[in-house]
Design a binder for this molecule. Structure first.
Ligand SMILES: Cc1cc2nc3c(=O)[nH]c(=O)nc-3n(C[C@H](O)[C@H](O)[C@H](O)COP(=O)(O)O)c2cc1C
Length: 169
């Protein structure tokens, strides 16, 4: 089986798109302030109801993987079909800073995780890492769900299928 065959098969799995977020604290209190970080992901799933657990798969060495190795608090915003631009910008490779990327996005800061929760998202969850599992070139981060809300009742989900963003229906 080649990488291309594997990829082609997996692009046929339609997926919802989420934005994973976390706050990167300032290195030293007197220095530059901390920064919010976001990453577009489809490798997100519910794992357990009791206790409430979710899982996100992060490419090893990605900025979010590095950050969540240090920062146990993170959040997930389930993106709606009108939030394709958010998914696009937080998937860009080689970004130096996410500071400007959040500037024109409405968000609130989660009470538990301190991470941005995107306004107008279909659902938002705040999580605390319970377990990290190394799996090939990814890290599976399993998180305890601390809060779960459905801020926006309107609109369909943003989905990803055969390498393109799609809307249902
Ligand atoms: C639709 C879509 C889904 C993605 N899903 C994931 C994912 O589940 N896990 C992951 O680690 N990266 C995923 N990525 C890639 C990251 O968004 C991207 O690598 C990251 O934002 C770039 O930062 P980096 O240079 O630190 O990797 C996805 C990208 C797209 C466009």
């Amino acid at each position: 089986m080649s990488n291309d065959e594997f990829r082609a098969a997996m692009t046929r799995l339609a997926a919802g798109v989420v934005l994973v977020t976390a706050h990167e604290p300032a290195l030293d209190p007197g220095g530059p302030r901390g920064e919010d970080v976001g990453m577009t992901a489809t490798a997100f799933m519910s794992v357990s109801l009791d206790p409430p657990l979710v899982l996100v798969g992060l490419r090893e060495g990605s900025r979010m993987d590095d950050l969540l190795a240090e920062q146990p608090m993170w959040a997930v915003s389930v993106l709606s079909e009108s939030q394709r631009h958010i998914a696009g910008r937080f998937a860009m490779k080689g970004r130096i800073s996410d500071r400007l990327l959040f500037e024109d996005i409405p968000y609130v800061r989660g009470k538990e995780a301190g991470a941005p929760l995107v306004g107008g998202a279909l659902a938002t969850l705040e999580c605390r890492t319970e377990q990290r599992v190394a799996a090939g070139d990814h890290t599976l981060v399993i998180g305890r769900v601390l809060t779960a809300e459905v801020p926006s009742a309107d609109g369909g989900p943003l989905t990803y299928f055969k390498g393109r963003y799609r809307q249902l229906g």
